[in-house]
Design a protein around this ligand. Structure first.
Ligand code: 5GP
Ligand code: ZN
Length: 123
C-alpha cells in the first residue's frame, strides 16, 4: 500500500462530492469533520443510509495506507448511526467496489442496511 493518502481532490463531476458541497441536497442524519451520512435515494431495506468521506476517494480499490484512519472513522460513524436508528437487532454494512462489486457511484461509500433480516449469499 502507498503510505500517502489517496487523492484528495473533489470533483464537480462526482455525485457524492456534490452532496458533500451541498450542491445536491441530502438529509444529513450524521456529520463530523471527516464524513456524512444520509438516506439512500433508492432504499433496499427499511433503514438504508450511505456513509461517505468528505474527501473524494474513488473506491476501496484506490484506498491507501494513509486512508486507514478515515476508513475506520466511516465504520465508527456507521456504528453510531445504527445506534441512533435503533438497529439493536443488527444490520449490514456493505462497500461495493468496482464493476463486479456492483459499485455505481465512484466515490467510496458504506451502505448501512437494517430493519429487516438480511439474507446470504448476497446477489
Ligand atoms: P453503489 O451502487 O455505488 O454501491 O451505491 C450507490 C448508491 O447511491 C445507490 O444505492 C443509489 O441508490 C444511491 N444514489 C444514487 N444517486 C443518489 C442521489 O442523488 N442521492 C442519494 N441520496 N442516493 C443516491
Ligand atoms: Zn467524489
Amino acid at each position: 500500500m502507498k503510505a500517502t493518502p489517496s487523492s484528495s481532490s473533489s470533483s464537480s463531476d462526482c455525485l457524492f462530492c456534490r452532496i458533500v458541497s451541498g450542491d445536491i441536497p441530502a438529509n444529513r442524519v450524521y456529520e463530523d469533520e471527516l464524513c456524512i451520512g444520509f438516506p439512500d435515494i433508492n432504499p433496499q431495506a427499511p433503514t438504508h443510509l450511505l456513509i461517505i468521506p468528505k474527501r473524494h476517494i474513488a473506491s476501496a480499490a484506490s484506498a491507501a495506507e494513509g486512508d486507514t484512519g478515515l476508513l475506520g472513522s466511516l465504520v465508527a460513524a456507521a456504528s453510531a448511526i445504527a445506534r441512533n436508528e435503533g438497529l439493536s437487532k443488527g444490520y449490514r454494512i456493505v462497500m461495493n467496489t468496482g464493476d463486479d462489486g456492483g459499485q455505481t457511484v465512484n466515490h467510496l461509500h458504506l451502505h448501512l442496511l437494517g430493519g429487516r433480516r438480511m439474507t446470504w449469499p448476497p446477489g
